[in-house]
Design a protein around this ligand. Structure first.
Ligand code: COA
Length: 349
């Protein structure tokens, strides 16, 4: 059975830089608070009208395709991970297929938030190993800036997130010293609501206590998104930050160790850990817990904030472009996020 290798990688971040000080114009916060709690100094925000989650994905994909030495016509499957799609439906995969004039290939959208890219890599890996596809484009892209609460009410969430995209081309390889060794996927929906965007959605929480006499005549037009929901900020992401932090620092090391143990390897064998850029404090905690040195971990949340599904491919691409990842290196990708879901992938570059 062949393994899957990353044959090309690309990233794209918007030009528009928003510093912590820029945010103080909209909400009560400070550069010192944000840096101390998250490590973030600045993030990028997409152009409001010109750039979407799909267009940023196309930019990253174009570079990945070129670096893989193929054309968009050679791609035989698309997997697109995002929580901020252009449309509620259809997903971004088909929009990218159209924009890049690809063949009538399959396009799958993945909604696993911060672990979306690692989940997507795992799915792509299975298709490559079974021989079903030869050139899979995996994209993680987010335009968070369109849907954050930039008032003081939403500051615990809005200061963290940024926009951007990353992409890889996965191909089969018969080289036993290269490619994905294993992937590991997990979830625990017990705390699904502590990092979530509730609306628009079909859950009953909002409607359960309304006791409407008639359905659906009452409040037609408000069934999906009511004024009350907007007044309550239910159309913005909600996060219980401290609870997320506590779970993340347990599950990150656990899923990394699971990947290493599956392959009979140790933390000292890791050449580069690419943790999802949730919060610099989380990455530092994980690094310390696993006893990794600074040159075994790549962080760039300082410049881009948390770009959710895009954060792992952006950090991976940047580390590779900076020459921190070389052929034969053992690379570990690890992510944790809303759901909760968490995942890892271990690969030989
Ligand atoms: N600027 C200034 N003050 C802020 C603020 C901001 N941007 N956001 C929140 N605060 C305030 C709160 O209102 C609160 O004030 P109070 O004590 O007067 O009530 C205080 O800071 C502490 O809030 P808390 O939420 O307990 O802060 P924290 O120390 O837990 O840090 C996070 C908040 C979000 C930085 C932290 O919980 C975190 O990083 N969690 C993980 C989040 C994460 O990784 N999410 C992505 C998952 S993939």
């Amino acid at each position: 059975m062949p393994r899957s290798k990353i044959a090309g990688i690309g990233m794209y971040v918007p030009k528009n830089i928003f510093t912590n000080n820029d945010l103080t114009k909209y909400m009560e916060t400070s550069d010192a608070w944000i840096q101390e709690r998250t490590g973030i100094k600045e993030r990028r925000y997409a152009d409001r009208t010109e750039e979407t989650t799909t267009t940023m994905g196309v930019e990253a994909a174009t570079i990945a395709i070129e670096r893989a030495g193929i054309t968009a016509q050679d791609v035989d499957f698309i997997i697109f991970a995002t929580l901020s799609p252009d449309y509620y439906f259809p997903g971004c995969g088909v929009l990218l297929q159209r924009a890049m004039k690809m063949k009538e290939i399959g396009a799958l959208d993945i909604r696993n938030q911060c672990s979306g890219f690692v989940y997507a890599i795992s799915v792509a890996d299975q298709f490559i190993k079974t021989g079903m596809y030869k050139n899979i484009l995996v994209v993680g892209s987010e335009k968070h800036s369109f849907g954050l609460d930039f008032s003081t009410r939403g500051r615990n969430v809005s200061v963290i997130f940024g926009d951007g995209a990353g992409a890889v081309i996965l191909q089969p390889t018969e080289n036993t010293n290269q490619g994905i060794l294993s992937t590991h996927l997990h979830s625990d929906g017990e705390a699904a609501e502590i990092l979530a965007m509730y609306n628009p959605g079909t859950h009953a929480n909002h409607w359960a206590n309304k006791n409407y006499a008639t359905f659906p005549e009452a409040e037609i037009g408000e069934m999906f998104m009511s004024h009350e929901m907007i007044d309550n900020a239910e159309n913005f992401p909600y996060m219980d930050g401290p609870s997320v932090f506590k779970k993340a620092i347990v599950k990150f090391p656990e899923v990394i160790m699971e990947a290493l143990q599956t392959n009979g390897l140790q933390t000292s064998d890791i050449n580069m850990l690419i943790p999802h850029q949730a919060n610099l404090r989380i990455s530092q905690f994980v690094q310390q817990k696993l006893g990794l040195s600074d040159n075994q971990v790549h962080n760039n949340i300082q410049k881009y904030g948390n770009t959710t599904a895009a954060s792992v491919p952006i950090a991976l691409c940047e580390a590779w472009e900076e020459g921190k990842i070389k052929e034969g290196d053992l690379v570990c990708l690890a992510a944790f996020g809303s759901g909760f879901t968490w995942a890892s992938a271990l690969l030989k570059w």
